[in-house]
Design a protein around this ligand. Structure first.
Ligand SMILES: Nc1ncnc2c1ncn2[C@@H]1O[C@H](COP(=O)(O)OP(=O)(O)OP(=O)(O)O)[C@@H](O)[C@H]1O
Length: 657
């Protein structure tokens, strides 16, 4: 049968993944069948679609189905489909390599989790995010043989491997269109979670549990006596791709999304979710809707409970599949879900589209745009609903996906208000718990109409930043925003419910306006004017001395204990954002910042006196440099010349001894 047999090596990452699979990542080994059936079902979808859209394809689609067969003598289980099949090159590309980005990083994480003896589920849930697909066959089999022929071609291919380092691949003639995967089963071992996969009851049970909604018949061939010669597993394949014996259909094939909500149980929803997402856990929320009228469709969407490892990789796929009247059209339908909701999984079945519809057509279809708008509202509404009815789940969803949802504040201006209602952020109000913006507003002080926030790399850095001092001293709550996306949206969204967002590291923070009565404020004004006069000469001199680093030197109202801090103008890039843009390869001019001095700090008053006494003293310029450097360090910034700063500091300390 086979002509040129080649032995090829698995790509390094595939080998590692196979090792993890073989050495039991999953305690539940039964899912291998779900994975193989799901691949077979996809192959049937693809053939059906291709035959509908390509009249030249000569393929028989009159009875698309999946067949399962066992042979107890040979200890084999066979999963066969008469779907699209694969060419020899497809087999090498699709089965021998993993094309997903981020694989290497994920594998390293899994290995680490295993080595640290984290619970089995940690490693399993990591790999669950990845979806081992075809490779899961090696959990239950010590050898896997695959026969396949691509529709529209004559040449068949046989692939075989024991899941170690290599596989063989050969041409084959006389194969039916489609794919047959033959598992040479390991011995049953209940301790290791290996079931009796030769038993009809076991197969029936697994199919019912995991693959009941598959929309193609899954048939089980009852073993016919007399088939098979000795140990030849291929003998179960007839040239027409069918076997002798009787066939029993195991699945109900009901499209879950088309059934009335009241008739679907939570377990069924969850199983369906796991089937389409390959997720390990139940979803956090299910959204089932039907739209009637001029453009009819059904949608069944899920919010996952945890983020996939590649949520931020550039080629992350969106999770919504498009069907047209029960015919699968495409995965990852980006016209139906905006990028910032790329984690939502599910199915949309539109009744009035052409099967030939392309991504480009969908992008410009007004009705699809309207569907998308409605789906977005539904998803945002579902998260809002969790916030009020099931806070724990809302918080988990926000923790997993908040960083992505906040991208919507930049991308999706139509939903700014709804998105702001969902935002949850750390705040100085509580060291542990996050707050919604509405909760923040409810705690605002009398007369306060600004929402104060500070962005930065992590909570500790933000909390200890000198910018916080006066606000904390006067009892103002400040939001602590530490996701990179916060740097961007806060710059673009002006207000929440009429309350302006104000970075406490930008512009002037004038707390006196809201916090003191008029009499005090008159006195404060006079004080300020006097201070301004007293410091005028020092500020002018500092401005010249530090000109290379700062665009202005001025007195501060936001400091109580630190001598100085750096702030930006209202529309300046923050240092973190500047760093982010540079990391992305953008060439930006350096943004100079404003140095603010605390006029009551002894270091600053001392410097003023020293400057008054002898403005030519060279040590003064060094002190200025040290003050600027210390202000940079206090906010977690990078010194322009750390070696010089350390030398100046050491010299200065030496003099004090
Ligand atoms: N029965 C089959 N018929 C045709 N092609 C198949 C079949 N099984 C697998 N393939 C091809 O091999 C590819 C890799 O399969 P695999 O199960 O490893 O990953 P996947 O199904 O793409 O991903 P995942 O399982 O994570 O969804 C599939 O995308 C498909 O193109």
């Amino acid at each position: 049968m086979a002509s040129t047999t080649e032995t090829l090596e698995f790509q390094a990452e595939t080998r590692q993944l196979l090792q993890l699979v073989i050495h039991s990542i999953y305690s539940n080994k039964d899912i291998f069948l779900r994975e193989l059936i799901s691949n077979a079902s996809d192959a049937l979808d693809k053939l059906r679609l291709e035959s509908l859209t390509n009249p030249d394809l000569d393929a028989d689609t009159s009875d698309l189905h999946i067949t399962l067969e066992t042979d107890s003598d040979a200890r084999t289980l066979t999963v066969r489909d008469n779907g699209i099949g694969m060419t020899r090159d497809d087999v090498v590309d699709l089965i021998g390599t993993i094309a997903k980005s981020g694989t290497a990083g994920l594998l390293a994480k899994i290995k680490e989790a295993k080595e640290n003896k984290d619970t089995d589920t940690d490693a399993a849930s990591l790999i669950g995010q990845f979806g081992v697909g075809f490779y899961s066959a090696f959990m239950v089999a010590d050898k896997v043989t695959l026969h396949t022929r691509r529709a529209g071609t004559d040449q068949g291919t046989v692939w075989e491997s024991d899941g170690e380092g290599t596989y063989t691949i050969a041409d084959a003639t006389d194969l039916p269109v489609g794919t047959t995967v033959t598992l040479h089963l390991k011995a049953e071992d209940s301790e290791d979670g290996l079931g009796d996969y030769l038993a009809a009851w076991k197969i029936r049970q697994i199919v019912k549990q995991y693959s009941d909604f598959i929309r193609w018949p899954i048939r089980m061939a009852t073993q016919a006596t007399g088939t098979g010669t000795e140990d030849d597993a291929d003998s179960s394949i007839d040239t027409d791709g069918e076997t002798a014996g009787t066939l029993e259909t195991l699945n109900s094939m009901k499209a879950l999304w088309a059934r009335p909500r009241a008739e679907v149980s939570e377990t069924e929803y969850h199983e369906f979710y796991r089937q389409i997402s390959h997720d390990w856990q139940d979803p956090a929320q299910t959204i089932h809707m039907r739209a009637e009228g001029t453009f009819e469709y059904e949608a069944l969407l899920f919010l996952p409970a945890h983020a996939p490892f590649d949520l931020f990789s550039r080629d992350t796929k969106r999770g919504v599949q498009l069907y047209v009247k029960r015919v699968f059209i495409m995965d990852d339908c980006d016209a139906l879900m905006p990028n910032y909701l790329r984690f939502v999984k599910g199915v949309v079945d539109a009744h009035d589209l052409s099967l030939n519809v392309s991504r480009e057509i969908l992008q410009h279809d007004r009705q699809i745009t309207a569907v998308r708008r409605r789906l977005v509202k539904k998803v945002l509404g579902a998260i809002k609903n969790l916030q009020t009815t099931n806070t724990d789940t809302y918080l988990k969803v926000w923790e997993q996906f908040g960083r992505v949802i906040k991208e919507g504040l930049i991308e999706d201006r139509d939903n700014t208000d709804a998105l702001l209602e969902l935002v949850s952020a750390a705040s100085t109000h509580d060291p542990e718990k996050t707050t919604t913006l509405r909760e923040y507003v409810s705690r605002m002080k009398d007369g306060q109409n600004t929402i104060y926030y500070l962005t930065g790399e992590n909570r500790a850095m933000v909390e200890n930043s000198p910018h916080m001092e006066a606000l904390t001293a006067k009892g103002y709550e400040v939001l602590i925003l530490t996701d990179p996306v916060d740097e961007v949206w806060t710059d673009q969204v002006p207000a929440f419910d009429g309350h302006r967002f104000q970075s406490i590291a930008k512009g002037q923070v004038d707390l006196d306006d809201t916090d003191t009565d008029t009499e005090d404020s008159e006195e404060a004004k006079a004080n300020k004017a006097r201070q301004k006069q007293d410091f005028a000469a020092l500020l002018a001199w500092l401005q010249t001395t530090l000109d290379e680093h700062v665009k202005q030197v001025r007195l501060s109202t936001r400091l109580t204990t630190s001598p100085a801090c750096l702030v930006g103008d209202a529309h300046d890039l923050t240092p973190t954002l500047e760093k982010m843009y540079r990391a992305m390869g953008q060439d930006l001019p350096t943004v100079k910042r404003i140095l603010e001095l605390n006029p009551t700090h002894p270091l600053i008053t001392g410097l003023r006196e020293a400057h008054e006494t002898n403005s030519d003293d060279p040590a003064l310029a060094q002190t200025a440099e040290l003050i600027h450097g210390a202000a940079l360090l206090a906010e977690g910034g990078d010194l322009p010349d750390p070696a010089r700063f350390t030398r100046l500091l050491a010299d200065r300390l030496t003099k004090t001894l």
